[in-house]
Design a protein around this ligand. Sequence first.
Ligand code: LMR
Length: 329
Amino acid sequence: WIGFHTKLSEGTLPYDDDQRGISEQVVIKFSHVVAENTPKGLAAQRFADRVNQVSDGNIKVEVIPNGGLYSDQEELEALKRGDIQMIAPATTKLSSFSSKWQVLDLPYMMPTRDSIIEAVNGEIGETLLQSLEENNLKGLTLWTNGFKQLTTNDGPIVQPSDLKGQHLRIMPSHVLKKQFELVGAKAVGLDFNETYRLLESGKLNGEENTISNIYSKKFFDVQSNLTISNHGFLGYAVIMNEDFWSKLTNEQQTVISKALEETTRWNQKQSFEMNDEQLSLIEDNSSIDIHYLTNEEKRKWFERWQPVYLEFEEEIGKELMSKMIQLRN
Ligand code: LMR
């Protein structure tokens, strides 16, 4: 069982602190694709430190950032195989497991921070995490990053028609692909860590992401225009392989759950603040041109994207859709 190593340092005897009669150090490899200085990177490390401290080293969480071990798609496969024990992919990347997750990708579905927090911490978040069970995955909690924005190399993006003919990187997702098709752009689902190179080489014109990802991966260096559109949500499902989780003792599960509870509370506040701070840093330190969409401009994009709501309502499920829409009001 790959995640577990017997902890017998030289000269010490195994000590008897659980039902197994031997102390085992649990090693949890937590892989993710973003930089350390991001909402997910910081939350993963905070969680790791907390677990290492509370368990007195008996549970060791090792965080591997920047896709150092596995890229976006690979990390899901690696988790299923048991090569790593924990990941926190963008919720978008889980729609291949259950189409319900697509509800979080609908453009302007959650227009405020409060509506995001209410969705992820309430019944909607619970339903989504539970949907992972069918795939032998244990959904533990939901972390936030923030609102997605648009960047491009091809002039200011103010009206939906400004994206016409642009070649954009998106996370692999039917909703996102359709959304950009509706405004005449060609959007391709690609690995996160491929994005910078493709923007730099001019193979892509633009992309959508949160400020924290735009800042930490320096997309602003290879893009001429940034539009603060707040048009979509980026957040994460923190998950383990169900077999791994169920083999942990109750005590180990409790240590992990409590550390996650604390980390989630912290992340859901810190993530939005971090995006705000890093936007100021981009404003102050880069030459990228920034446009803030007015409410009237946002309304036009929202209207233009209405067909996505209709097209995906059935796949997502009417009940879940209407619960989400209620949060907006
Ligand atoms: C992306 O692929 O753009 C994001 O999912 C990266 C991340 O994990 O924040």
